[in-house]
Ligand binder design. Structure first.
Ligand SMILES: NC(=O)c1ccc[n+]([C@@H]2O[C@H](COP(=O)([O-])OP(=O)(O)OC[C@H]3O[C@@H](n4cnc5c(N)ncnc54)[C@H](OP(=O)(O)O)[C@@H]3O)[C@@H](O)[C@H]2O)c1
Length: 312
């Protein structure tokens, strides 16, 4: 009888991060179109535990690691490949020694950065890319307002909007004003002040904050402009009333877009935003740190040593 292979993983049994537990559970077996990734690093996303509808769940959907097994139908990845990607929200996450991921959702890890930095890219970078390119259809010369410009998504949205040739204004804390300017924001607005008195005729708002920030954003758009919300969904009636477009989406895995992000990183045109790192067994502390401290970029969960070998 073959012995069941096990792995260490962190599982949430409810939405309170103090309930995250470090457990030994069976190692997943990749399906025919999946690969098993030996996780080197993953990252924490704000509010993620509140999204789950069933328990227990393995959290953290960013992954950077090394292919350890390939499914029967996978032809484009091999054992030993260094990959990064977004693990779909319908699948167990990457706060584990191994995660099974559809091969089509992974891309080659950017060669110029380590796994910890690569793990900060997929969810934030893809969300920013999809907001700006797919949902806002941003064009060169447009003016973009990014709410939460120093955060896990906003720090990528500011950089990508600038790379796409936009003029960028970002809201952030006063302490983060210099940080968002260094990401190439043309202007930073302290979020404790009224941004709606300081910016107008904006083509695109990317709102990573929601609530009253979303509600106060309609008035800064030019007629026909677009508000892309990722924290809260804009109400269609508000959009109609202001003669603009409002849209909400949930980020999807996308290999081609990961490839674009990797190319920008390797050319030095996109900087991963690496916050503090914690070992897998301390994922609860990592999640609380992300929630309670003003972290720039993403909190990393280091599953294997940064230069360690995959497999195992
Ligand atoms: N729909 C999707 O596909 C999708 C994808 C990813 C994330 N999300 C959601 O998007 C939200 C943001 O995620 P994230 O990872 O970027 O979070 P994050 O890393 O916590 O970043 C949020 C940023 O917003 C700043 N902020 C707080 N209040 C603000 C205000 N009133 N005005 C402007 N900025 C403000 C924070 O600054 P301080 O540090 O000073 O607090 C922080 O820098 C979360 O709700 C997350 O669940 C949705």
């Amino acid at each position: 009888m073959s012995q069941v292979k096990t792995m260490h993983a962190v599982r949430a049994h409810h939405a309170d991060p103090t309930g995250l537990s470090y457990e030994q559970i069976p190692r997943p077996t990749p399906g025919p179109d999946e690969v098993l990734v030996a996780v080197h690093a993953t990252a924490v996303t704000a509010g993620e535990l509140s999204w789950s509808e069933q328990w227990p769940v393995i959290p953290a959907h960013d992954v950077s690691g090394v292919v350890a097994e390939v499914g029967a139908r996978v032809t484009d990845l091999q054992v030993g490949d260094e990959v990064f990607g977004l693990v779909g929200f319908d699948l167990p996450g990457a706060a584990a020694e191994f995660v099974a991921v559809p091969a089509a959702d992974l891309a080659a890890k950017p060669g110029s950065i380590d796994h910890a930095a690569a793990a900060t890219v997929p969810l934030g970078g893809l969300t920013a890319w999809q907001a700006l390119v797919e949902h806002a259809q941003l064009t060169k010369g447009q003016h973009v307002l990014v709410h939460g410009g120093a955060g896990g998504v906003g720090s990528y949205a500011v950089q990508l909007a600038a790379r796409l040739g936009a003029r960028v204004t970002a809201t952030a804390s006063a302490a983060d004003a210099g940080f968002v300017r260094a990401l190439d924001a043309d202007a930073a607005i302290d979020y404790t002040t009224r941004f709606e008195d300081q910016v107008r005729d904006v083509d695109v708002v990317v709102d990573t904050v929601g609530g009253s920030t979303l509600a106060r954003s309609w008035q800064v758009l030019r007629p026909g402009g677009v508000l892309v919300g990722i924290a809260d969904a804009p109400a269609p009636s508000d959009a109609d009333r202001h003669g603009v477009r409002g849209t909400y989406f949930v980020v999807a895995p996308n290999r081609a877009q990961l490839g674009e992000l990797a190319r920008l990183i390797d050319r030095g045109e996109l900087r991963p935003m690496v916050g503090p790192a914690f070992p897998l067994a301390q994922t609860a502390t990592a999640v609380v740190t992300q929630r309670d401290q003003h972290i720039r970029g993403k909190v990393v969960i280091q599953v294997r040593p940064n230069d360690g070998a995959g497999g195992g």
